[in-house]
Design a protein around this ligand. Structure first.
Ligand SMILES: [Fe+2]
Length: 378
C-alpha cells in the first residue's frame, strides 16, 4: 500500500495534561448525563485513585455507582455482571478508571457484545464512555479494541469495532504517579510493542507512522526514568503519551505476531500481557526484519544508535539489542522458562488463530516459525 493513501480519524476526544482530571465534570455535563457508573478494580480503590474521582464528582450533582468487580484479564462473566449493574442502577454514562482491564471491561459493557439477550433491553451502546487511565501501556483509553477472556476455554479474544472507542479520554499523568516500578515497566513495554508493531505493520500509513515513531522515542527517553522514579512527572507524562500514541497507531494500523503469541501466553499461563510481549518482542523482530529492514533500522536510530556506517540489516540488528538492553535495565529480563511455558505446538496453533493480529504482521507466518520464536524466548 502506498504511504500516500489513507483515511485518518480518531474518534476519541483526548484531554491530556497534569490535573486535567478536573475536566471530568465538564465532560460529563457536555453529555447531559446524571447517573454515572464508575468501572474500576479493587487496586484503584486501594491506591486511593477513586477518591480523587469521587471528590471531583461531588462538586457537581451527579449520582455515581461504583462497579469494582473488574479483575485482570476481564472475562465474559464480569462483563455480564457489569451489564446487570448498569441496568439495576439505571446509569446513563460510564467512566472507566484504571489500566487496560477496567477500560476494556467498560468498553465491553457498553457494547454489550457478550450478552445479546440483555443488550436488547437497553441501547447501552448509546451511553457516553469516558476513560481515565491510571497506567501507561495498554492504549485502551483511546482504542477501538477490547480483549476479553473466556474463563472456560482460557482463551482470550480480541474484538475491534468503531463503536468500542471511548468518547473522551482524560489522560492525566498524575493518575499514574503511584503505579509501582514493575507495573510501570510492564505497561511501558506494552506501549513499546504497540508502537513497534503498528509502525512495521502492513497497514501502516504516514500519519500513524509519525505517531508510532514518536511513541518509540518517548519510550526510549522516558521508560527508564519512569521506572527509576515514579515521581518524575516529565517521565510519567512521556509514558502517558507513549501509551496514547501506541493506542492511536494500533487502532488504525493493527498489531502483529508479538500480540498474536502473547494472547495465548496470557490466556494459558496467566502471564501479564506486557510481560509476555517483552519476552517475545526481540525474537519476533528478528523474524520480521527481512520483510522491512529499513523500518527496523529506523527503530535502532530512534533508540539513539549511530547507524551511519551500517547496512540496513546491521542497523536493524542493533535495534533489537537496544530492546534487550531496555528490558534488562527495567528489571524485566525474564524468559518463558521462568513461567513454566510449555505446549509450544498448542500455543503456536492458538497464535495462528489470532487473525486480527496476524493480518497486519509484515512477514507471512507458518506454525514452525512461531515454535522457533518460542524456543528462542525460552
Ligand atoms: Fe498490548
Amino acid at each position: 500500500m502506498s504511504l500516500f493513501n489513507f483515511e485518518f480519524q480518531i474518534k476519541t476526544k483526548i484531554i491530556f495534561g497534569e490535573n486535567k482530571i478536573e475536566k471530568l465534570n465538564d465532560s460529563l455535563e457536555s453529555f447531559g448525563v446524571k447517573r454515572i457508573m464508575l468501572v474500576v478494580d479493587k487496586g484503584i480503590i486501594e491506591a486511593g485513585l477513586i477518591d480523587k474521582v469521587e471528590k471531583i464528582l461531588k462538586k457537581s450533582d451527579f449520582e455515581y455507582f461504583i462497579f469494582d468487580q473488574v479483575k485482570p484479564d476481564p472475562t465474559i462473566e464480569i462483563v455480564n455482571s457489569g451489564i446487570k449493574f448498569l441496568l439495576e442502577n439505571k446509569v446513563d454514562a460510564l467512566v472507566a478508571v484504571g489500566g487496560g482491564s477496567p477500560i476494556d471491561t467498560a468498553k465491553a459493557i457498553r457494547a454489550s457484545f457478550s450478552n445479546v439477550e440483555l443488550a436488547d433491553k437497553i441501547s447501552v451502546d448509546k451511553l457516553p464512555l469516558i476513560t481515565i487511565p491510571t497506567t501507561s501501556g495498554s492504549g485502551s483509553e483511546v482504542t477501538k479494541a477490547v480483549v476479553i477472556k473466556d474463563e472456560n476455554t482460557k482463551k482470550k479474544f480480541a474484538v475491534a469495532d468503531e463503536n468500542l472507542a471511548p468518547d473522551i479520554s482524560i489522560v492525566d499523568p498524575i493518575m499514574t504517579k503511584t503505579l509501582p516500578p514493575q507495573l510501570t515497566a510492564i505497561g511501558g513495554m506494552d506501549a513499546l510493542s504497540h508502537c513497534i508493531e503498528s509502525y512495521v505493520s502492513h497497514a501502516a500509513v504516514l500519519p500513524f507512522e509519525m505517531i508510532a515513531t514518536k511513541g518509540i522515542e518517548m519510550v526510549k527517553n522516558y521508560l527508564r526514568p519512569a521506572v527509576g522514579n515514579g515521581n518524575n512527572m516529565e517521565a510519567r507524562a512521556g509514558m502517558s503519551l507513549a501509551s496514547l500514541f501506541g493506542g492511536i497507531s494500533l487502532s488504525n494500523c493493527g498489531l502483529g505476531l508479538v500480540h498474536a503469541i502473547s494472547h495465548p501466553l496470557g490466556g494459558q499461563f496467566n502471564i501479564p500481557h506486557g510481560l509476555a510481549n517483552t519476552m517475545i518482542l526481540p525474537y519476533v523482530m528478528e523474524f520480521n526484519i527481512i520483510a522491512n529492514p529499513a523500518k527496523f533500522a529506523n527503530i535502532a536510530y530512534l533508540f539513539g544508535v549511530n547507524i551511519e556506517n551500517m547496512t540496513e540489516m546491521e542497523a536493524a540488528c542493533k535495534g533489537i539489542e537496544e530492546i534487550k538492553k531496555i528490558k534488562k535495565d527495567i528489571g524485566l529480563d525474564y524468559s518463558l522458562n521462568d513461567f513454566g511455558v510449555d505446549k509450544f505446538e498448542y500455543i503456536a496453533e492458538l497464535a495462528l488463530k489470532e487473525k486480527l493480529m496476524l493480518k497486519s504482521n509484515p512477514r507471512s507466518i507458518e506454525k514452525k516459525d512461531i515454535i522457533k520464536i518460542l524456543r528462542r524466548a525460552y
